[in-house]
Design a protein around this ligand. Structure first.
Ligand code: ATP
Ligand code: MG
Length: 416
């Protein structure tokens, strides 16, 4: 029996993978401009890190982790998100000791044991950033702007930014009671998950995919904010406005992870079934200390790349020809074919993407290969041309054919 990939995973084959490379290229270039530096952390961490760093009452820790015991009897978990690992590395490597802010980004696979549906996988990919070391709301705005620029530059249309303040733990303790006052009368009619969340982490009820529509009249956390939280939130809004980032305030926006303080935000777009969130993030002033580091604040985001690529496809974005072979070399006759090897190497070393036939096929079959590759040029070398030191160069768009000197082939392709 042939093997199949595990449920919830994907193979990205040539033809599709170029879209991923493109999206990743945009992410890296944006990080360069915003001065975020890449960090690569392990694909698995000690399980305890996620229990502490993500939160015991989150969906991730309660039911989505890939946890296993290794041969040394350690409990390890495939990373379900990127922040805990990045912050662990920040603390372990004492990056907080540097005079400047620490601005990190990562791109890579995450693992969650989830029910499969459109836009939800068990191995998926995130582009994330973390900025550690400052409480300035201008930094929250910068992170939101970075994500917004990412979506704009990959070519996604109609991405909305929603923001909220989830306050501080003290604010949430007050709000929690008000929220429970609202929820208690409807407890029996809420889904099982919500009922459990009411006891463990009532704010998360607002995040429920089933019952969300019933909470329009729920108290707003914005009414519970203290002076410090209000000031932070107002300042964030001013920065976003100044940066020309359109946003709406959604007082019912809470994030799946427990560690957020002050700012929470999401990017939303329609087009993947029931799912409308493509990415999100927030400020986490308690997290670094929670996992045993110094009391350093942070703010970050995590954007799902599967959802980004799916939306690009559903919006019919132009992502053609991301893999462009420029020239197909055809050698006719023994001497010419030998020369092809040398020419091909020369072109490639000059930075030109070039291909040839290795299956001894007739000219016609080779021309079909050239068509399939959608090359810009075909270069045809027969023994006659070889003797004259020339090669026929055919422009596939115009059909025009010229003869160029063998040494001038790369220049002719470059110059056109
Ligand atoms: P959701 O509410 O959709 O489960 P979440 O709150 O669990 O999302 P985060 O942990 O904030 O999501 O992750 C940030 C982004 O990562 C999401 O907006 C989404 O684009 C992506 N993401 C999260 N889980 C998955 C998954 N199982 N498959 C694909 N993408 C995912
Ligand atoms: Mg989730």
């Amino acid at each position: 029996m042939a093997f199949q990939k595990p449920p919830g995973t994907q193979d990205f084959l040539p033809g599709a993978v170029e879209k991923w490379q493109f999206v990743e290229r945009v992410a890296r270039d944006i990080c360069r401009r915003f001065n975020f530096r890449e960090i690569r952390t392990p694909m698995f961490e000690m399980t305890e890190l996620y229990k502490r760093g993500v939160g015991e009452t989150t969906d991730i820790v309660e039911k989505e982790m890939y946890t296993f015991t290794d041969r040394g009897d350690r409990s390890l978990t495939l990373r379900p998100e990127g922040t805990a690992g990045a912050v662990r590395a920040y603390v372990e490597n004492k990056l907080y000791g540097e005079p400047d802010l620490t601005k990190l980004y990562y791109i890579g696979p995450m693992f969650r044991y989830e029910r499969q549906q459109a836009g939800r996988y068990r191995q998926f990919h995130q582009f994330g950033v973390e900025a550690l070391g400052a409480v300035d709301p201008a930094l929250d705005a910068e992170v939101i702007a970075l994500g917004y620029a990412f979506y704009a530059e990959v070519g996604l249309k109609d991405v909305r930014v929603e923001i909220n303040s989830v306050g501080t733990p003290a604010v949430r303790a007050v709000f929690r009671e008000k929220l429970l006052g609202f929820l208690e009368p409807m407890r029996d009619t809420l889904c099982k998950d919500c009922q459990a969340r009411m006891d463990r982490n009532p704010l998360r009820v607002l995040d429920c995919k089933t019952d969300q529509h019933r909470f329009a009249e729920a108290p707003s956390i914005l009414d519970s904010l203290d002076e410090e939280c209000r000031t932070h939130f107002e300042s964030l809004k001013q920065h976003l406005t100044g940066m020309n980032i359109p946003f709406t305030v959604n007082p019912r926006l809470v994030r799946g992870l427990d560690y957020y303080t002050h700012t929470a935000f999401e990017y939303k777009a329609e087009g993947i079934g029931a799912i409308d969130t493509v990415g999100g993030g927030g400020r986490y002033n308690g997290l670094v200390a929670d996992i045993g580091g110094p009391d350093q604040p942070g703010v970050g985001l995590g954007l799902g790349l599967e959802r980004t690529v799916m939306l690009l496809e559903s919006q019919g974005a132009e992502l053609e020809n991301l893999h462009q072979v420029e020239v197909y070399l055809v050698g006719l006759g023994e001497a010419a074919e030998r020369e092809t090897t040398r020419l091909l190497q020369g072109l490639r070393m000059r930075g030109i993407a070039a291909e040839r036939d290795y299956q001894g096929r007739k000219m016609k079959a080779q021309m079909k290969s050239a068509d399939r590759l959608r090359v810009r040029f075909t270069a045809i070398l027969g023994d006659d041309e070889l003797q004259r030191g020339e090669i026929a160069l055919k422009n596939m768009a115009t059909g025009e054919q010229t003869f160029v000197a063998l040494d001038a082939l790369a220049d002719a392709i470059r110059g056109s």
